[in-house]
Write a protein that binds this ligand. Structure first.
Ligand code: CO
Length: 170
């Protein structure tokens, strides 16, 4: 019975393009970025491809490529996030829930179209327009309350842009 329902579900969505193209990164909140970078490098053999401070989001962050060899287009990342202070989104997250998984970032090919699509489906947007993310990407967050408690981020990487203008606003 369950299988029949699942098959009908698959049939229903067949032919529609997927909004999500890949898992771009998992965002992990931590108290000490330098220590966590050393941990992920030494235990999992990951490589840091960028470290930056994003004042707008109140974080210091490192992107570590999950791949063999040099990062390629379409590669996925671990994104380690240390809050710049207690009164920031990640600072409040750690105070409430401790260190751990903070959000999931999914790749999209056209972030404006992806935002419009999920908003039509009834998902609230935290960012109604894309903004600047790591590695030159355009990013936007969706409301976790409409996605089973998962803070969800769309990422249109500089590799994915396909000539479209994501219309970033600062
Ligand atoms: Co992220």
């Amino acid at each position: 019975m369950l299988q029949c329902r699942a098959e009908r579900g698959v049939a229903r969505w067949k032919g529609l393009a997927s909004v999500l193209t890949r898992i771009d990164h998992v965002g992990i909140a931590c108290r000490d970025l330098a220590a966590k970078v050393v941990f992920y490098e030494s235990v999992f053999g990951l490589t840091v491809v960028s470290m930056e401070t994003n004042e707008e989001q109140g974080v210091k962050e490192a992107m570590l490529a999950v791949t063999e060899g040099a990062p390629q287009p379409g590669v996925s990342y671990v994104q380690l996030l240390e809050p710049l202070g207690p009164d920031t989104p990640v600072g409040r997250f750690i105070a409430r829930r401790g260190e751990g998984v903070h959000h999931v970032g999914y790749g999209v090919t056209d972030i404006a179209a992806a935002l419009a699509s999920v908003e039509t489906a009834g998902v609230r947007l935290i960012d109604s327009r894309p903004r600047h993310g790591s590695l030159g990407a355009s990013i936007a967050f969706l409301h976790p309350g409409d996605i089973g408690g998962v803070l969800t981020e769309f990422v249109q990487s500089s590799h994915d842009s396909a000539g479209t203008n994501p219309g970033i606003s600062n």
